[in-house]
Ligand binder design. Structure first.
Ligand SMILES: Cc1cc2nc3c(=O)[nH]c(=O)nc-3n(C[C@H](O)[C@H](O)[C@H](O)COP(=O)(O)O)c2cc1C
Length: 169
């Protein structure tokens, strides 16, 4: 039996949600990262990924200007770091040191890689679509990197932003 409700209430049924980050860099190469619940694969050939970023985010500005980002699948060791990059804005100062992760240079793009993450995908923006208060940036994967074989991804089990590492299936 179905009950009509608001989109917001129905949306709570989408959890658990896999968490990603997008890293980016400013014109001087200073790094930033944003935590993302909203990311997806969009094409096999060429490999493409999409992320949805709020218009007010500093990362929105940097990705729009640079046309590049790295989509990162953080590991279970990056729960605290995810709270840092997901609650503080790079517009108000460098949060990457507080996040305490090791950044490595991208091999194709200027946005950094995150060491020990489950996976990193270097992307060049192939298209952008404004959708309400977010923009979907579709990125073509120009290089990919994997971390330790046993690194597990993190998920939020509900809308309360608490994380739980889940075994890979
Ligand atoms: C678990 C989690 C998921 C999030 N998902 C998104 C998302 O999909 N899109 C988005 O624009 N912001 C999302 N946010 C919020 C941004 O990560 C947050 O506003 C961040 O501080 C923006 O940083 P910036 O201003 O340096 O870009 C999420 C935050 C958390 C903690």
């Amino acid at each position: 039996m179905l009950k009509k409700t608001t989109a917001g209430t129905a949306m709570k049924r989408k959890y658990p949600e896999a968490i990603a980050w997008a890293t980016c860099a400013d014109e001087n190469g200073a790094p930033n990262a944003i935590a993302l619940g909203w990311s997806m694969c969009t094409s096999n050939e060429p490999p493409m990924l999409a992320i949805s970023i709020g218009h007010t985010r500093y990362s929105h500005e940097l990705i729009e200007e640079s046309g590049e980002f790295v989509l990162v699948f953080p590991s279970e060791k990056m729960v605290d770091a995810t709270m840092v990059v997901g609650t503080k804005s790079g517009r108000h100062g460098d949060k990457m040191e507080e996040a305490g992760v090791t950044l490595l240079p991208g091999t194709v793009v200027d946005a950094p890689l995150v060491d020990d993450a489950c996976a990193n995908f270097e992307c060049k923006v192939a298209g952008a679509l404004k959708t309400g208060d977010h923009t979907i940036f579709a990125g073509e994967v120009v290089a990919a990197h994997v971390g330790p074989e046993d690194a597990r991804r993190i998920y939020i089990p509900g809308g309360n932003r608490q994380f739980s590492p889940v075994e890979p299936v």
